[in-house]
Design a protein around this ligand. Structure first.
Ligand code: ATP
Ligand code: MG
Length: 382
């Protein structure tokens, strides 16, 4: 049995909290894949009874979980409870030099938390023939006791959860995933705030070194582990024809990358409207590439009128992004070098001028090609 704690959800109004709690429970059930699972909800706490063998690694992937502990149930009858705490101590204290018992209680009982701490502490000391010491400040091991109305719980481990809010508490977003290191991390961070991605991949093959579709599918499958295995469709856009047209019409233009990103966003916006997604998310980070200056990001976002373009990584260092990618397991699936685009100009603009870009776009007049590209988007379910 596990005691699951959530942080941010707890400060919400009753109605909102009930919504988040229900979703969190649903996500826990989905991720544990145990048909005999039992889940009890109590104020500020969720108790999960499961036979699932990898419950601990699964709970570490459920957003909304701030921490959790494997717990043992115990009686609320005082002498029985003290006895059970001492038996629990006999299991977990060998090897420790000092301990403390910490008790929290809610409900009506004929004893206080302090009574339990004192009596259990004494009993444990007797059991261990005083080979152990009580240390309330900095003990080797702490035995936590939670007494609720009709049930008490004992535990000594606290595992960190991923934090955040339950996936599904926000709407879908269009996640521009390139197969590089950054974009899966951006998607992950938005999922951590409750969003659910639809992956959009622009396939430039043969103009980037190899198509990344296989990697994108693997990245999708990895992200699903953090979405309690909800569906995350992948949409692929045949993008090479449009890029060929642009680069042959204005060869060597320093605006190629910005134009490329603006057209990507327009296609993403159209897909978002069709799928009722509420935002576009990219893996851009300030200063990481020539096209990723604040000015350029503004000019790129300007191509989208109806929904926000969210860049969760704007202020992250590359190293920090890589650390998250390693932690979540997307790092080995990302191939930075493979994503190299042959159209990148030698000296890309770092200070795009919106008016000039708009003029170039008017002269390119891509509406037909854009329509055709959009009509040829393919969906890969899953
Ligand atoms: P990443 O590591 O995510 O590839 P990057 O540092 O290589 O990012 P860019 O290539 O400039 O940066 O791309 C910036 C963002 O634009 C990416 O994080 C991604 O969200 C989006 N993007 C770029 N290329 C593609 C693509 N082929 N398909 C989908 N999205 C893309
Ligand atoms: Mg890239």
């Amino acid at each position: 049995m596990y005691l699951v704690r959530y942080a941010e959800i707890g400060v919400k109004s009753d109605k909102a909290r009930s919504f988040f709690e229900k979703l969190l429970i649903e996500n826990i059930k989905r991720v544990l894949k145990d048909s005999n699972i039992k889940v009890y909800r109590e104020r500020g706490r969720i108790y999960v009874e499961t036979g699932s063998e990898d419950a601990e690694s699964a709970l570490k992937r459920v957003f909304g979980v701030s921490s959790f502990s494997p717990v043992k149930t115990a009686s609320t009858n005082k002498s029985q409870l003290v006895e059970e705490i001492a038996a629990y101590a006999a299991e977990i204290l060998p090897g420790a030099l000092s301990f403390a018992v910490r008790c929290r209680r809610t409900g009506l009982h004929e004893y206080t938390s302090r009574d339990i701490e004192r009596e259990a502490g004494e009993k444990i000391l007797n059991r261990f023939n005083n080979r152990l010491k009580v240390n309330l400040e900095n003990p080797d091991k702490i035995i936590f006791v939670e007494v609720r109305d009709k049930q008490a719980y004992l535990y000594h481990q606290i595992h960190h959860g991923p934090g955040g809010l339950p996936v599904g508490s926000q709407s879908r977003f269009i996640s521009l995933v390139s197969g590089g290191i950054d974009s899966p991390v951006a998607a992950y961070l938005m999922m951590k705030r409750g969003g659910l991605p639809v992956i959009l991949y622009f396939d430039n093959s043969p103009h980037s070194t190899g198509s990344m579709i296989e990697n994108i599918i693997k990245i999708r499958d990895k992200l699903r582990e953090y979405a309690s295995y909800r569906r995350i469709p992948v949409y692929t856009v045949p993008y090479s024809k449009l890029l060929e047209y642009v680069t042959s019409t204005i060869p060597g233009s320093k605006y190629i990358c910005i134009l490329c990103k603006r057209y990507m966003l327009r296609i993403a916006e159209k897909l978002a409207l069709k799928l009722k997604a509420d935002a576009i998310v990219t893996g851009e980070s300030i200063g990481q590439k020539a096209s990723q200056t604040m000015r350029n990001m503004g000019v790129i976002s300007n191509a989208v009128k109806t929904i926000p373009v969210i860049r969760p990584l704007v202020a992250f260092d590359k190293l920090e992004i890589e650390q998250i990618a390693k932690k979540i397991g997307s790092f080995p699936l990302s191939l930075e070098s493979n994503a190299c685009c042959i159209f990148t100009p030698k000296h890309p603009s770092i200070k795009a001028d919106l008016e000039r870009i708009e003029k170039v776009e008017n002269s390119l007049n891509l509406s037909n090609i854009l329509g055709e590209v959009f009509d040829n988007i393919k969906k890969i379910d899953g």
